[in-house]
Design a protein around this ligand. Sequence first.
Ligand SMILES: Nc1ncnc2c1ncn2[C@@H]1O[C@H](COP(=O)(O)OP(=O)(O)OP(=O)(O)O)[C@@H](O)[C@H]1O
Ligand SMILES: [Mg+2]
Length: 251
Amino acid sequence: MTQNKMKYSIALNVKNLHKSFGNKTVHRGVSFELRSGEILGLFGGSGTGKSVILRSIIGLEKPDRGEIIFDDRNIVGLNESQLIQVRTQIGYVFQNGALFDSLSVEENLAYPLKEHTTLNAREIKLRVNQMLDLIDMTGTNALFPNELSGGMQKRAGLARATILDPKIILFDEPTAGLDPVNTKRLLDNIKNLKKSGITGIFVTHDIPSAFEIADRIAILYQGAIYVIDSVENIKQSEDPLVKSFVSDSIH
Ligand SMILES: Nc1ncnc2c1ncn2[C@@H]1O[C@H](COP(=O)(O)OP(=O)(O)OP(=O)(O)O)[C@@H](O)[C@H]1O
Ligand SMILES: [Mg+2]
C-alpha cells in the first residue's frame, strides 16, 4: 500500500469538507485526493453536493470547515485576488457552457487570454484558431452563442475553460442534454486533452461516459465519499449501493 502511494503525485487534496446551507447539511466530511494525470469521475444523487464541491475548489463557495490543498496552498481562505490566480490554473466547464452571449465564439475564447496573458492580438488569434480546430469548430469564429447548437456551446465552453492550459479541469455534467453523437465528440475532445496531460474531475449522471473517460470513480453519498476506486473495481463491486449506481444511468 505504502509503495503504491509513492507512485503518483497529488494534484488536489480535499480534506474533511463540511458545508451547511441554513439548517441543511450538505457535506459532513468530504475527503479525497485527485492524482496528477487522472480523471476522477464523481457520482452522487441529485442534490448531494457535487456541484458545491466543484464550486468550493475554485473558491465560489466557502466550506464551513476543511481544507482544499492545491499547489501547497489551502484554497479555503484565500482572498479574491489570490482566487483569481487559482482560477487561471483550474478550469471550470459549467453545465451550460456559460459563454458570454454578447461575445462571438472568437471573443469568448480570447477573453481569458486577454485577461491573463501578455499574448498579442496575432498570437491570441492563432491560439483561438488552434483551440477551435481541436474541438471541431474550425471557422465558427464570428458566430454568437445563440447561433450554436447545444453540443457546440458545450465544446466552446470546454475550449474556453482550457485555453489557459490549466493544471486541473472541473467538468460539471458536460454531457447532460447532449445526443450520442455530440456526447462522443465531447468525450473525444476530453480524451485529446487527457493525452496532453490534463487532470480533471468529471461530475456526471452519465455513467457510461464516466466509465469511458475516467481512471477512478468516487461516489458521494450522505455528505461523504462512500467509495473511491478504479473504474474496473467499481464495475465489479458487489456493494449494493455501488451496484445501484453502476446499473442505473440516471440518479
Ligand atoms: N447557494 C446555495 N444556497 C442554498 N442552498 C444551496 C446553495 N447551493 C447549493 N445548495 C443546496 O445544496 C445541495 C447540494 O447542491 P448541489 O448543487 O451541489 O447538488 P448536486 O449534487 O450538484 O446536484 P445535481 O446532480 O442535481 O446537479 C442542494 O440541496 C442545494 O439545494
Ligand atoms: Mg450539480
